[in-house]
Design a protein. Structure first.
Length: 366
């Protein structure tokens, strides 16, 4: 297949930085090419400048609506596949320096649950017949990758029906034992909420909702979970408590009591992720894991989510729950991260210090 010169140059960037294990590429006319590797954002010395025309041509060729729609909305998002070893996700933004682009590098091969070292408890949760399963964390914490690994395991091993709604599509699922339909918001359907309603008419067993950002999407996800579907989605939240409070606070006060009750009934679990630079290079993943047991459901209904942390560190461990501080401590024990980094990333400094001390580590006071 013949590609345009712009596509060929873009593919060269993907191949080069993808082979170097980078996660993102930044293109700026004024600052040139920057890349992200192991969470560090660095300038590439061979590309001190990047022609604005090249950036505009990428937008014209790959972003729906081209440069005209980009100028109207001052931003644009798209996924693209030029046919090399990597796919890409474009985020184009109008800035003081003109149009800039960030490209997320997406490997064509979906990592396995074994490669990501995902615990058996998450595999079991993903195989539940119905409910709401949430992955949260900041941008770049590996939420989409963990979900893709879990869903692809089902896709390859089980006769099921998986329906994804993404903005834009990231991983493309291979043909397996499951029927997989992937839809991109903006290209194939107007919104997540509309997509979920459409999905229910296609009789899927699993619905992936790329991200919950609005009460309409949250309501659709909860209703779909209550009607017998497994709904998997993501949010931006730094803890289990923040996830629950953040989801409920999307709704007006008059609806929050009902949403809290519904959530206590349909929630399967919450996984909060952090990706951290490993000692010696690479990334290590820390995960806080909460499951909606009867005791946890009572915490949700009681509305004091401060109790969630104590539950994860206490009796929740019997149900395979993990507090973020406990996960960080395990990474320190495995010599994957330093005690100092664990202290920096922990929300509960006292608990983190206690866990490290019990393990024989004495992190420096910050």
């Amino acid at each position: 297949m013949t590609h345009s010169p712009v596509a060929e140059q873009l593919n060269s960037l993907l191949e080069y930085f993808g082979s170097e294990k980078c996660s993102d590429i930044h293109l700026s006319a004024r600052r040139g090419v920057w890349f992200v590797k192991d969470k560090a954002t660095l300038a590439h010395p061979d590309y001190p400048v990047m022609p604005q025309e090249f950036i505009n041509q990428i937008i014209e060729e790959f972003v729906p609506g081209g440069i005209a729609k980009f100028e109207e909305h001052q931003q644009g998002d798209a996924s693209f596949d030029i046919g090399g070893n990597f796919r890409g996700r474009i985020a184009a933004r109008k800035t003081l320096a003109g149009a800039t682009i960030t490209i997320r590098i997406i490997t064509r091969d979906i990592p396995t649950v074994e490669q990501l070292n995902l615990p058996e408890s998450l595999i079991d949760a993903a195989n539940r017949p119905a409910g709401l399963f949430l992955f949260t964390g900041q941008t770049g914490s590996g939420k989409s990758t963990s979900i893709a690994a879990l869903l692809n395991k089902i896709n390859l091993e089980q006769p099921s029906a998986i329906y994804t709604l993404e903005a834009p599509i990231e991983f493309v699922y291979p043909d397996g034992k499951s029927l997989v339909n992937q839809r991109e918001i903006g290209a194939h359907v107007d919104s997540f909420a509309v997509g979920v309603e459409n999905a229910k008419r296609s009789h899927p067993k699993i619905i992936l909702v790329g991200e919950i950002l609005s009460p309409e999407t949250a309501r659709s996800a909860i209703v779909a979970a209550a009607s017998g579907h497994m709904v998997v989605s993501t949010m931006h939240a730094g803890s289990t408590a923040e996830t629950i409070d953040g989801l409920i606070s999307m709704f007006p006060p008059s609806e929050q009591a009902l949403i809290r009750t519904q959530l206590s009934q349909v929630l399967i679990g919450i996984v909060v992720q952090q990706l951290l630079p490993k000692v010696g290079g690479g990334m290590a993943m820390a995960q806080e894991i909460a499951f909606n047991t009867r005791a946890f459901s009572e915490i949700i209904l009681g509305s004091d989510m401060k109790l969630a942390q104590a539950h994860l560190l206490g009796t929740g461990r019997q149900d395979r729950m993990v507090a973020m501080e406990a996960s960080l401590a395990e990474l320190v024990k495995a010599e994957s991260i330093t005690p100092e980094l664990a202290m920096k990333m922990a929300r509960d400094q006292r608990t983190m210090n206690d866990l490290l001390t019990q393990a024989g580590f004495t992190p420096a006071k910050g």
